[in-house]
Design a protein around this ligand. Structure first.
Ligand SMILES: Nc1ncnc2c1ncn2[C@@H]1O[C@H](COP(=O)(O)OP(=O)(O)OP(=O)(O)O)[C@@H](O)[C@H]1O
Ligand SMILES: [Mg+2]
Length: 404
């Protein structure tokens, strides 16, 4: 993906009201909201609260009754609506593709309106198909009915991004797919966003989706009122009122896990030793470092095993065949850590940096202790008890070599 693509724009609602004719109450009542450039903001709230109405006022698919919406300072009322919409990607549930057009023709709708030449359109559609994880040579000439729901949704996202708009609006984009595909599409959207830095406004019913995708979450109550507009961790830790607390629901400590990196818990130290090191020396070294855990490296310094000192047997350290320990990236989120530990049936997993060097051991006990601390202290962002553990032994993987 080119790096010179258009970055996100700031969107500002000022005192925006929408009254549908014949309705006693306004659908959106005096909404003031600033969406920062380059952020994903999720609108979440109960059915009928005004999410879609608020979203569609941004690209004037719905005209506000009063108030102003600006995009990068430009009042949208001063723009021709068609022109405005060509500069704003719009993705809705199911992808809403034109059934009689191929995948590439669907993606190219806006570029064609913009009179791009054929070669540029072809390059762009292939680039976008790759970006959303569909092989262009396989999918570009298919029709929507020849795609799965999740694939149609990806094409919908590709179409929304086709003309490289600074703003992407999404309304329940992943609502129609199964939970696993949905989670993969969410991951892909986040991956795409990490490259493109668009301003994305995404409407959802699903608080978990809102938390996962949103840099900021707008919890909406009736008539488009802002119950809370904040980062996920702030909303989970400090809900403004009972409505927000009820909406974010029980288990908020568990939801919090999806936001925190493994580096936010205490990682246990271990000594690093090599296959073949004499066991008595390893025991002495572990005692010197006040740890009862031993991480075993092979001749290439790759991590191959992990022992409690009490289980060390024989005269020299061995790596048990087939016992590759579970390695976790230091950026892994705590929900992934918990999943990994539960599914691998290990008590702990080894946290490594991007070069797979040992940083510490994340244990099941530490993750659960962390959840308990979050539960015990609502309203605070938890911190682990001690300082971040030093790498043990200092000097990293080479240290084991100096000893035996
Ligand atoms: N075209 C319309 N004419 C009259 N009333 C409308 C119209 N569109 C929406 N409304 C009303 O405006 C309110 C807000 O609707 P909106 O579609 O914005 O809700 P929403 O939060 O997107 O709900 P959902 O989660 O069910 O999609 C609702 O009470 C709805 O009945
Ligand atoms: Mg809606």
């Amino acid at each position: 993906m080119s790096t010179d693509s258009t970055r996100g724009s700031e969107i500002v609602f000022t005192d925006v009201v929408k009254r549908y004719s014949g309705q006693a109450e306004p659908a959106v009542d005096h909404l003031d909201l600033t969406i920062s450039a380059g952020e994903i903001v999720t609108f979440v709230g109960l059915s009928g609260c005004g999410k879609t109405t608020s979203l569609k006022m941004i690209n004037r698919l719905i005209e506000p009754t009063s108030g102003a919406i600006t995009i990068d300072g430009q009042d949208t009322r001063e723009l021709d609506p068609d022109e405005l919409r060509r500069g704003i990607g719009y993705v809705i549930q199911g992808g809403s593709l034109f059934p009689h057009m191929t995948v590439s023709a669907n993606i190219a709708v806006v570029p064609r309106l913009l009179n791009w030449d054929r070669r540029r359109i072809r390059r762009r559609t292939d680039e976008l198909l790759e970006l959303v994880g569909l092989d262009p040579s396989v999918y570009r000439d298919r029709y929507p009915k020849e795609l799965s729901g999740g694939q149609q949704q990806r094409v919908g996202v590709a179409r929304g991004l086709a003309a490289d708009p600074p703003v992407l609006l999404m309304d329940e984009p992943f609502g129609a797919v199964d939970p696993i595909t949905r989670s993969r599409l969410q991951d892909e959207l986040l991956d795409v966003q990490s490259k493109l830095h668009k301003t994305i406004v995404c409407v959802t019913h699903d608080i978990d989706e809102a938390i996962k995708l949103g840099d900021r979450i707008l919890v909406m109550s009736e008539h488009g009122r802002i119950a809370q507009y904040d980062t996920a961790s702030e909303i989970l830790a400090n809900p403004n009122d009972d409505f927000v607390a009820d909406f974010t629901g029980s288990g908020s400590a568990l939801k919090q896990l999806a936001l925190e990196k493994v580096s936010s818990i205490h990682l246990e130290p271990a000594v690093l030793v090599h296959v073949g090191d004499p066991v008595p020396d390893v025991l002495t070294l572990a005692e010197e470092h006040g740890t009862n855990q031993v991480v075993v490296l092979d001749a290439d310094d790759a991590i191959v095993d992990w022992y409690w000192t009490v289980t060390l047997r024989g005269s020299a350290v061995r790596a048990r065949p087939g016992r590759r320990p579970v390695l976790l990236d230091e950026d892994a989120k705590l929900d992934t850590v918990l999943d990994t530990l539960v599914t691998s049936l290990h008590e702990g997993a080894i946290v490594v940096d991007e070069r797979e060097r040992f940083l510490g051991i994340a244990t099941f006990d530490e993750v659960t202790a962390h959840v308990r601390r979050v539960n015990a202290a609502p309203g605070t962002i938890p911190e682990h008890d001690g300082p971040f553990p030093e790498r043990v032994p200092s000097g990293g993987a080479d240290r084991g070599r100096e000893h035996p």
